[in-house]
Design a protein around this ligand. Structure first.
Ligand code: HPA
Ligand code: ZN
Length: 327
């Protein structure tokens, strides 16, 4: 229908996609074969059946196991190219990809292998698909701040290959302020700053992401609605929220898509965007997130579609000249 067509064709960015979360079961098995890695699942269907999550941690356990098949530069290239093709099909003009170096370096895969594969995919996507992109290095928050500093050291020779840093993995019990020093250092280095907060964690974690880490965007942030003062702060400063509706249902942040608060976030004047998070695990890429969410929430119509697309462009770290072209 016309709304679905609008949702697909309107120029938009994707700002919350973990590239390791785009690894489809078929590619997991292909890479396992290519690299001689043994998997705990007999086949693609057996693996897919394990994708029944009860919370963030139950997902992360399977997500990290899936990422263990990634070993060579070609593996990272193939994974990112598969995502870029799907993004273009969904009307994405610019994508900012999270990657988790510690998931790979802790298994003995060099940082250089990861960054070279992803960078070569970005260059190919720009050249062959006309797709703009950037990389955001995420620190795993269940690990120490010292480990984050070590990762930053390894990454610095590749400083011009990524635009910023983020914070992901297990949220509860790992508040943003645990990473105050490393984020301060990244800020001095001129890196852009984002952090996951308010997905499973309380509004207090959104406050400390803003006030201690000084991030420019909040990843998820849906629990901010529990704190009226926080909503006012996010609205006043136009801090974007990278909301991931299908992820929120799969990880039981909301019971049903019809319970999702995206409509309220927009109605409260917040700069919300729609994103896929880990599309291979959560039931779909960006367009699927848009169509299912708009179907479930009557408050979302064409005006909200335009607002979400414009928000995604405004909230991106792309050059101002590129943003002007897309809006
Ligand atoms: N939350 C936290 N960490 C993650 C996620 C998420 O949704 N996806 C991949 N790592
Ligand atoms: Zn995420």
């Amino acid at each position: 229908d016309a709304l679905a067509e609008l949702l697909r064709t309107m120029p938009k960015t994707e700002l919350h996609i973990h590239i390791e979360g785009s690894l489809e079961p078929e590619l997991i098995f292909e890479l396992a074969r290519r690299n001689g890695v043994a998997l705990a699942y007999p086949d693609v269907d057996g693996l897919r059946r394990a994708y029944a999550f009860t919370d963030l941690q139950s997902f992360l356990d399977i997500y990290y196991a899936g990422a263990s098949v990634l070993q060579t530069e070609a593996d990272f290239f193939d994974m990112a190219m598969a995502y870029f093709r799907r993004a273009v099909a969904d009307g994405v003009v610019h994508a900012e990809l999270f990657f988790d170096p510690q998931t790979h370096t802790d298994r003995g895969v060099p940082f250089e292998t990861v960054i070279r594969g992803l960078t070569r995919a970005r260059e190919t996507a720009q050249r062959e698909l006309g797709l703009s992109s950037a990389l955001i290095l995420c620190f795993l928050r269940h690990l120490s701040e010292e480990a984050a500093f070590e990762t930053l050291e390894e990454a610095l020779p590749w400083r011009d290959h990524f635009v910023g840093v983020g914070l992901d993995s297990s949220e509860r019990g790992h508040p943003p302020e645990k990473f105050a020093k490393v984020f301060a250092r990244c800020r001095e280095l001129g890196l852009r700053l984002v952090a996951h907060a308010g997905e499973e964690g309380p509004p207090a974690y959104v406050w400390s992401a803003l006030d201690v880490l000084k991030v420019e965007r909040i990843d998820h942030g849906v629990r901010a609605l529990e704190d009226a003062n926080l909503v006012q702060r996010l609205a006043r400063d136009r801090v974007p929220l990278t909301v991931c509706p299908l992820s929120n249902v799969k990880l039981r942040v909301f019971d049903r898509l019809s319970d999702h608060n995206l409509g309220q976030l927009l109605a409260s004047g917040l700069v919300a965007t729609v994103n896929s998070d880990d599309p291979a695990y959560f039931g779909g890429y960006l367009h699927q997130n848009f169509v299912e969410t708009f179907a479930a929430l009557p408050a979302l119509q064409a005006p909200q579609a335009y607002t979400l697309a414009r928000n995604s462009i405004e909230a991106s770290f792309a050059q101002a000249s590129a943003k002007a072209r897309w809006i």
